[in-house]
Design a protein around this ligand. Structure first.
Ligand SMILES: [Zn+2]
Length: 283
């Protein structure tokens, strides 16, 4: 992506694009993705303008938040999927990982009482094992207002903090190192995805291997927190991104009517419907 690329007229900057801009400003030479310079790319989605998906951009309000701790060059990679999380989940935060330097904004986020941070990591690498949890507070635990007037005070559970999923966005060896060398994360529970949840996901998505990209891990976490529509939206958007990315790479046009495109359109239509219904119920 050359610094001369014009800003995208459709998609506003988000946590990951801001982190990329900040990281680019510190670079002494441009980051070259594998395969060398690729020509012009859209600033909003990092795809070639002919394959731009910005008009499909599906931001959602969610119960849970996502905090990406990104390894040094990760925000610069056109294939980074943390970017897609920030596209979909309105409350996505992104920070460059550092072993030694404290980022005051990250410290403030982790100390914010509205959030319960969970570090997402496989349990076999966690010591002591008592840090490992399998569940998080869900939408129904913390819902304060459901469109009806409560005469009694809300139940105590409604004051439970919302889950903030801390994802280490890096290659696997880097992520292991980050997990070991992040003392500030030591006090938080570690959410380890349940093998049953993983195999259900693999079956549903016809996925053969158990390597998950960051956006897939985020979708599993959102699902666990009760943010099902955001989880499905993120999955469909990831599929669309991957399709457009590969088609551009092979100099083929994208299929704008693929299964994932139809799925995203259906999710957005159902979201609009439910928004209209809840508005009608409240008015
Ligand atoms: Zn675009």
């Amino acid at each position: 992506m050359s610094p001369a690329s014009p800003p995208c007229p459709i998609v506003l900057p988000h946590a990951v694009s801001r982190l990329r801009a900040e990281r680019q400003s510190r670079s002494t030479r441009p980051f070259l993705a594998r395969g060398g310079p690729k020509g012009e790319r859209c600033e909003g989605c990092r795809l070639r303008p002919s394959h731009c998906i910005c008009p499909l951009h599906p931001t959602q309000a969610t119960h849970a938040g996502v905090c990406l701790l990104m390894h040094d060059a990760e925000p610069l990679k056109p294939s980074n999927t943390g970017w897609l999380i920030a596209d979909v989940v309105a409350e996505t935060y992104a920070f460059g990982w550092s072993r030694t330097q404290e980022d005051p904004a990250l410290t403030a986020l982790l100390n914010d009482p509205q959030w319960q941070p969970y570090v997402v990591f496989p349990e076999e690498f966690v010591q002591p094992a008592s840090r490992v949890v399998r569940t998080v507070t869900t939408v129904s635990d913390t819902k304060l207002f459901d469109g009806t007037l409560h005469m009694a005070p809300p139940p105590a559970a409604s004051l439970a903090p919302r889950p903030l999923f801390i994802l280490l966005d890096a290659t696997w060896p880097e992520a292991r190192k980050m997990f070991r060398k992040s003392p500030r994360l030591d006090g938080f529970p570690v959410l380890s995805l349940h093998p049953e949840q993983i195999s259900r996901y693999q079956l549903r998505r016809s996925k053969r291997d158990d390597h998950f990209c960051t956006a897939e891990v985020a979708a599993l976490c959102l699902d666990l927190a009760g943010d099902q529509r955001a989880a499905q939206t993120l999955e469909a958007y990831l599929d669309i991104y991957t399709h457009h990315y590969l088609q551009a790479k092979h100099q083929l046009p994208p299929d704008w009517n693929s299964h994932a495109h139809q799925q995203l359109a259906a999710l957005q239509a159902s979201g609009n419907d439910s928004d209209v219904k809840s508005y009608q119920n409240n008015s």
